[in-house]
Ligand binder design. Sequence first.
Ligand code: FES
Ligand SMILES: [Fe+2]
Length: 361
Amino acid sequence: MNRFFVDKDISVAQTISTDIYHSEETYKELIEKIFACTWQFAMDDSRLQIKNDCEPFTLLPDSLDETLVLINNEKGMACFSNVCTHRGKILVEHSCNASHLKCKYHGRMFDLDGNVRSMPEFREVKNYPSQKDNLTQLPLFKWEQFLFTNLGSAPDANLFFGDMISRIDWLPLREFIFDESLSRTYEVKANWALYCENYLEGFHIPFVHEGLNKELDFSNYNTEIFFPYSNLQLGLSKSGRDCFDIPAGHPDHGRNISAYYFWIFPNMMFNFYPWGLSVNIVEPVTVSTTRVRFLSYVWDRSKLTAGAGAELDKVELEDEEIVESVQKGVRSRFYNHGRYSVTKETGTHHFHCLLSNYLSK
Ligand code: FES
Ligand SMILES: [Fe+2]
């Protein structure tokens, strides 16, 4: 039987094996089986506005650690491996606008569609060039300004993002502008999955987040599971203030929503507040350390300081303290599994079921 089995029936299920959080071997397995096989956030398109713009980046430094390059070429945006197919040098070292890519090691040239164009001293080489000499192109999913890629075996992007995109289709995402000064990177001394599973339940809000609890109506806080790969927690305002003004005709019209917390498996969070969007990317660093990037996209600056979306830094530090304590707890010989609240932990259960499925592959 799958060592990471989690029963689909939450009322009988035990939480996933704690090996997830501290076994080095499981950690490595999970990076390949989960992170290499799911959609990952690459960047927004602000540095790819002009034709022929090339932007190198590393997909999940420290875990996948894959060097890639995004190119705005004749056909639109495209994502490629950023490794020269001759002897493996990194091809594009810095952002550039170029008509072609030239490797600085022995001069191999590539077109912006990834095909090899020329190479010195290769006239005698048999069966050259072949398809293998071109740069590997990766899938790219574009949602307004946001770009996502995967290393080649993720299911259709719509299964990950479709429910979120249709739910907030009335928001003018293109008017959400990145604000570096409001963005943060946190280093958390806990496994990435502990960070995610804490995010996935509002059960702890009254116990851990005194300030946030004053804003949110805990009795009406609920989770909607979107099968297979995403879910939503809806934060309703206690006071009826600081909410979205949702247009008539939309299913959420008339509700006092102060936060939409969307989670996309395995490690992406899109938190919409009346002021804009906080994208949270959870990056595994080691089995017991995690980097979390908060990217802030501001829509209405006047609303930054009110409601559930204010004081994000304080809420984050409160969460970190908890998950760092849990990281120590799950190493205990006397704790291997717990149980779920049927009413308050459906999001965490959904996450554990997905981990279980992926690890059994
Ligand atoms: S490694 Fe790029 S040309 Fe040799
Ligand atoms: Fe929290």
